[in-house]
Design a protein around this ligand. Structure first.
Ligand SMILES: NC(=O)C1=CN([C@@H]2O[C@H](COP(=O)(O)OP(=O)(O)OC[C@H]3O[C@@H](n4cnc5c(N)ncnc54)[C@H](OP(=O)(O)O)[C@@H]3O)[C@@H](O)[C@H]2O)C=CC1
Ligand SMILES: CC(C)=CCC[C@@H](C)[C@H]1CC=C2C3=C(CC[C@@]21C)[C@@]1(C)CC[C@H](O)C(C)(C)[C@@H]1CC3
Length: 464
């Protein structure tokens, strides 16, 4: 067998109901952000209650409503601006998890500083030019959506084609090699190939992205970590243009509301801006923890993540703020207190559980995790069975979902559209938990069964 075939075994197990399922998901997820927009274009009919009202709305759409070449150029400038920050802003370097080649890629960590610089820039623009630039951003919401969608799709097509290139030597500054085979064993992520010696290597594909179906591979992503030199496109897109863009969109919505309300904003708008801002800041403060997520360690960089990172995150996650810009909601003290209570409790669950696992995996002797119980597995990895991780096997998902619910509640109960987020997120997390379970079952075998018999619930303690 050739080196490439040894390193990249064929994919035999399909996710998303196979190629046909991925085609349905591609079409549906492209259409949904537009439906969320046109379904809530005015405060009165959000969504339109009759099919004829939908038809009137959609039939009068022209290409100019959907696409604007100036916004396309501005979108490219936005992407280029963040690439520039990636290179010029000082930061640290962190290694990712061990790859099947035995190498660990190095990642540049300066996303939080990029966010702070962008906040500073937004503040300055607002001081100099007032609300106008942000109203412009708000008014062109659909044009930004189309620009990001086109960019994400072209990027995915180019990456798919590029993944067929021949073997190459990896950049010495971008990778580190392991000291011993024991390190390689510790990861156990699929078929192990011998650690590289600096000779030309085949492109490392995602274990799930090497199926007989070209479309399926395009969707899931063929190449695991596409890079231009040291620049890792997947991690860059996961954390910067979409996540920071979401923050800018939310700010534009806040400014729009204050224009409508003559300089005031409602407590619901302040809440959504604060709660989602907390999530965005948290994501970039803990930037390096994304390196151990399934997206980075397991999934290729295909259409799903390119579109998910660049389009779905900013345009589906900002629906609540856009709704509130259109239709100011006064929550009153009871609902405000409820939103704050759910928000604080769920954010703490999400953050503390993720941190507990990260600390434990980095150093099990750290005083903050010393008393916790765990089981040793044959691979050498340890699995926590007490603390947050004794409550359920994905208590972090529960915290994340409930935090999302607190965002939706800021919009009150006038429209179901802002609640789409919790529906999508429940489907994503249930599916993700099953994928993770499949991965861990293959990796830990009998140890995983033992672990599941101790920590019985998948996500919701006592229920699921
Ligand atoms: N807002 C959004 O749209 C989304 C948010 N997220 C969030 O991203 C975060 C990360 O999620 P994700 O990457 O899916 O998964 P997790 O952070 O939960 O990591 C799962 C991995 O952790 C290890 N692990 C599992 N159980 C234990 C244990 N008991 N003790 C120690 N290690 C364990 C296993 O990896 P190993 O092989 O190393 O043992 C497993 O594969 C979550 O908080 C999630 O809510 C995720 C998707 C979308
Ligand atoms: C079919 C389709 C459109 C799928 C796209 C799914 C993506 C939207 C999500 C897959 C995993 C994600 C993560 C985050 C955002 C959503 C996507 C891209 C995340 C960056 C959100 C912020 C968190 O703090 C996080 C860094 C843990 C998280 C990582 C996973």
């Amino acid at each position: 067998m050739s080196d490439a075939a040894l390193l990249n075994p064929p994919t035999t197990h399909y996710e998303f109901f196979g190629p046909a399922g991925t085609m349905v998901v591609t079409v549906a997820t492209t259409v949904i952000p537009y439906l969320l927009y046109y379904g809530c274009e005015t405060a009165e009919q959000c969504p339109p209650t009759s099919w004829s009202a939908w038809q009137t709305r959609l039939q009068r759409l022209t290409l100019a409503d959907l696409y604007d070449s100036h916004i396309m150029l501005l979108y490219l400038a936005w992407f280029a601006y963040l690439v520039l920050l990636y290179y010029v802003v000082p930061g640290s370097t962190k290694p990712g998890t061990v790859l099947r080649t035995g190498q660990r890629l190095l990642y540049r960590i300066n996303g939080f500083r990029s966010l702070l610089i962008t906040c500073g820039l937004m503040f300055t623009v607002h001081r100099l030019y007032g609300p106008a630039p942000f109203i412009y951003v708000y008014d062109h919401y659909v044009h930004w959506l189309t620009a990001s969608c086109l960019f994400a799709t072209v990027q995915a097509v180019l990456l798919y084609i590029w993944s067929f290139r021949g073997p190459s030597t990896s950049s010495a500054t971008a990778t580190i090699k392991l000291k011993s085979d024991a390190d390689l064993k510790a990861d156990g992520n699929g078929a192990a190939a011998s650690p590289s010696t600096g000779a030309a290597q085949p492109v490392l594909l995602a274990l799930g992205g090497n199926s007989p179906s070209a479309f399926y591979n395009f969707f899931i992503g063929r190449e695991l970590n596409p890079r231009l030199g040291d620049f890792d496109l997947k991690v860059f897109c996961e954390l910067r243009p979409g996540i920071i863009g979401w923050f800018v969109l939310n700010f534009a919505c806040l400014i729009k509301q204050s224009q409508v309300l003559n300089g005031y904003i409602t407590e619901s708008m302040a809440l959504i801006f604060f709660l989602q801002g907390l999530y965005i800041f948290d994501t970039l403060i803990y930037e390096s923890s994304v390196l151990t997520t399934m997206d980075v360690t397991t999934d290729g960089f295909g259409w799903m993540l390119s579109f998910g990172d660049l389009t779905w995150v900013p345009f589906v996650f900002s629906v609540q703020a856009r709704f509130l810009a259109l239709q100011p909601v006064v929550l009153g003290p009871v609902l405000t207190a409820t939103v704050v209570a759910i928000g604080v409790a769920s954010f703490l669950t999400f953050r503390l559980s993720n941190s507990q696992k990260n600390i434990f995996r980095t150093d099990p002797h750290d005083p903050r995790v010393r008393g916790l119980k765990y089981i040793e597995t044959a691979t050498g990895s340890k699995l926590l069975i007490s603390g947050w991780w004794g409550l359920s096997r994905h208590i972090n998902y529960l915290g994340d979902w409930l935090f999302g619910l607190s965002w939706c509640l800021t919009t009150g109960f006038r429209s179901p559209i802002p609640y789409f987020y919790v529906l999508y997120f429940a489907v994503l997390l249930i599916h993700r938990e099953r994928r993770d379970d499949h991965k861990c079952r293959q990796k830990y075998k009998k140890d995983w069964e033992r672990y599941c018999s101790i920590v019985k619930y998948r996500i919701i303690p006592g229920i699921y």
